[in-house]
Design a protein around this ligand. Structure first.
Ligand SMILES: [Zn+2]
Length: 169
């Protein structure tokens, strides 16, 4: 099944989400991961956190080869080198602005089957991981933007919202 995306101003998007308990899972992690992946693909996203569909679980899915799910993700190490890349977000339709973040990261996360692993990511993979990790910390990408880019993002969001309203008429 696919989930509905919630509005960007929903409370859950500013909450830090507690660890997913694999010993006593609140929901089937394999099914949850599959549904999140289906939802991400339907909306043509490259990353999606559970909170973006209103679910209080510490997990996100992201594109890769193949796409994968990260439960209880952790940033173990981040590079001093930062890069600026254009980011979008399924919770902020119509927005695409540059954001600076560490270029390389070392991370730990648990797969839906309960196996925990450590990985090094760079490029877009590192970028998506950090953006999605932020969601689970209750941080949206507007907070990572230079003020000028944040203003631009808010203008884009407004424009898109207006466009949607006109479509519905
Ligand atoms: Zn996002």
């Amino acid at each position: 099944m696919v989930y509905d995306l919630i509005d960007y101003d929903s409370e859950i998007l500013s909450q830090e989400i507690p660890l997913f308990d694999f010993d006593n899972p609140p929901t089937d992690p394999e099914e949850l991961a599959k549904n999140l992946l289906d939802t991400m693909r339907l909306h043509k996203g490259i990353g999606l956190s559970a909170t973006q569909v209103g679910l209080p679980y510490r997990v996100f899915v992201m594109e890769g080869e193949p796409a994968f799910a990260c439960f209880n993700p952790k940033l173990v190490d981040v590079s001093e080198e930062v890069v600026s890349l254009v980011e979008g977000c399924l919770s902020y339709p119509g927005v695409a602005v540059p954001v600076k973040r560490p270029a390389h990261i070392r991370v730990r996360f648990t797969a839906p089957n309960g196996n925990t692993m450590t990985r090094k990511f760079t490029g877009m993979t590192a970028r998506i991981f950090q953006h999605e990790y932020d969601h689970l910390q209750g941080v949206n990408f507007l907070r990572r933007m230079h003020p000028v880019h944040k203003e631009k993002a808010l203008r884009q969001l407004k424009k898109y919202t207006r466009y949607l309203k006109n479509q519905q008429r």
